[in-house]
Design a protein around this ligand. Structure first.
Ligand code: HEM
Length: 254
């Protein structure tokens, strides 16, 4: 049954492509033999296109895609510090450190995940103090998008208003959590402090300000870097509201 249903899907897919690419259903004929000729010619054109289509290049598993290196996990959630390819077991590993990656050869220093939570490797404070900047966070989209989010477009080709993302975070100390993380980590090109004193650059996801190009590891886990053009700023901080919540202790006392 599985084999048959897969075969059925392939046939549907084949007809769908023939309809959109070679005009399989765009005929204006009345007689059967005219319809037959049109269909035969369309399917012949479709066959020619399928046979001569270039084969897409196979991605190298050891080099994570640039989009993955901005955030530092493979699509299945495997942290890039753990292994060079996707394939983490479920649940994905979240309790990891950068101890095995002090030179930023697996997870770049400038990756969003490493800038906003250096897990004790930031170099500017003792790990216990660094940990106090963490906060519980959730994102919430707003507005309705009419563009294709998956299209390969520069930020200039994207909607500029009415849609976006609300970043929400619970803080017990705004100055030491959200404000600290955004200002002194994400927007600070010199954080985290690197062993060779080089500047990692802004957080590619949320950093606000001028972005020079920066260096990324050439091969996962190996020495050698390559310069990469600046990633265009896609997130613009528009403003925010601070809402006060009663503490758990207060709520319990009611
Ligand atoms: C449009 C805005 C944002 C997007 C798209 C975004 C996206 C993400 C994603 C995808 C992750 C998961 C990384 C991973 O586990 O691989 C993440 C983690 C995180 N983000 Fe953001 N984020 C945004 C804004 C912010 C802001 C404004 C802050 C703080 C100022 C922040 C702080 C964090 C922290 C602390 C983590 C956890 C890192 C860890 O698990 O080690 N994010 N973000």
């Amino acid at each position: 049954m599985t084999r048959n249903s897969k075969g059925e899907y392939e046939i549907e897919d084949c007809f769908q492509t023939a309809k959109t690419e070679v005009g399989l259903v765009q005929y204006q004929v009345r007689r059967y033999d005219a319809w037959y000729r049109h269909t035969t010619l369309a399917m012949l054109a479709h066959t020619y296109l399928a046979v001569t289509a270039p084969t897409p290049p196979t991605p190298r598993p050891t080099s994570p895609l640039p989009a993955q290196t901005h955030q530092k996990r493979f699509e299945d959630g495997t942290p890039l510090t753990v292994q060079s390819a996707a394939g983490s077991h479920n649940p994905v590993e979240n309790d990891f450190s950068y101890d095995s990656d002090k030179l930023g050869q697996k997870c770049p220093f400038q990756a969003h995940i490493r800038k906003t939570n250096p897990r004790g490797s930031g170099g500017a404070e003792p790990p216990e103090a660094e940990r106090l900047h963490l906060m519980a966070r959730r994102g919430q989209t707003y507005g309705r998008r009419y563009d294709d989010p998956a299209a390969d477009l520069p930020p200039a080709g994207r909607p500029t208003k009415d849609v976006g993302l609300l970043f929400m975070a619970f803080n017990s100390n705004l100055g030491n959590q959200f404000e600290f993380t955004q200002r002194l980590w994400a927007n600070n090109p010199g954080f985290p402090i690197t062993p060779d004193g080089s500047q990692p650059g802004l957080d590619p996801v949320i950093g606000q300000g001028e972005r020079p190009g920066s260096n990324y590891s050439r091969d996962w886990g190996h020495s050698g870097t390559q310069p990469v053009d600046a990633i265009p700023q896609a997130v613009t901080l528009k403003g925010g509201e601070y809402f006060f919540m009663p503490s758990l202790a207060f709520l319990r006392s009611l």
